[in-house]
Design a protein around this ligand. Sequence first.
Ligand code: SAM
Length: 283
Amino acid sequence: MELASVAAIKAILYPDGFRFSRAMGQNFLISPAVPRRIASSLPEGEGYGVLEIGPGLGALTEALSERAGKVVAVELDQRLLPHLTSYFAGKNVEIVEGDVLKIDLPALVKEKMPGMPCAACANLPYYITTPAVSALLEAKCFDSITLMVQKEVARRICSAPGTPEYSAFTAYVAYHAEAKTLFPVPAGCFYPAPKVDSAVIRLETRREPPVKPRDEALFFRLIRASFENRRKTLSNSVAGVLGGKEKAAKALAAAGIDPQRRGETLSLREFALLSDAAGEEID
Ligand code: SAM
């Protein structure tokens, strides 16, 4: 049976009285072309492993299993486990029960897919988008991360400095990975249909960050402060982090950045310059 279908949902889940949980972000794919297209964008090969978040009924899991050597799929909803474990028994898929935000991802990958280059892939439950992206990036064990996210979130993650969508989170992602949108996915491809359209994005993780601020924590504090109030000029936004307007002005001057600019126009390189100059001011 085609798992990406309303017929599969009805045949497999409804007899046990299953009801979709909005709290768990359950919108299952019912358009078979979508999981196939996602899977075919990933590297192919016996030696390749994939970590999936939230297999649901297994539509994407199955497509991934035909592409990769092994798939490890983490599912929070216990009601889905009997179907998942029996459907994928004897295949190159291992179902792990748990909350992806509480699991030690590097340890899981090392245990289940030792020595294999790995990708992460998910039709993400939207309520965990930001923490899940952070956890996948911080795990530092995935060559690439391919995710279905809300269209607006895709735009935000893939935006460039100076655009209205560019945010502190964009800068954070760009520090760890190169982000691009692969293709849009209309709301009608899911059941139940969400209120908004989606898009699949690819984060190619970086081996080395594109800039190397001396103090990474200060670098990210400055980024967050710069985006807190978009109407403020840079010198006002970062004054709090840098211990006053005078110190902020000095650091901006030392970094060669116009204090009248808005934080959201700065590139990662400029944030790194500012952070290094500020570090010297603080010392
Ligand atoms: N992959 C399936 C598909 O594409 O049809 C289902 C995707 S659905 C948007 C999200 C899935 O993630 C659901 O199966 C849900 O139960 C699961 N989920 C929700 N929160 C989770 C968490 N914290 N950890 C792991 N899985 C989670």
